[in-house]
Design a protein around this ligand. Structure first.
Ligand SMILES: [Zn+2]
Length: 73
């Protein structure tokens, strides 16, 4: 089964969503080749996943190109 599309957390192996990949790039390294899930990013930074969710919303509002825009409601 081809798995080239499924990116996984480099710490715990959880499948990642695009926001988690974008957040790793934004917070750790723009050129990152390994990414972390929300839980592992939260423990890495010693913050809550809720704060990371807020950061994602904030970056998205700023129009950061790493984060795919949400469909308009
Ligand atoms: Zn993880």
């Amino acid at each position: 089964m081809p798995a080239s599309e499924s990116v996984r957390c480099c710490v715990c192996g959880a499948p990642l969503v695009p926001d988690e990949i974008a957040l790793t790039r934004k917070l750790i390294n723009r050129g990152a080749q390994q990414f972390q899930c929300m839980d592992c990013l939260a423990s890495f930074f010693g913050c809550s996943t809720g704060l990371l969710q807020e950061k994602i919303a904030q970056f998205r509002r700023q129009g950061c190109a790493l984060f795919a825009p949400l469909p308009e409601e």
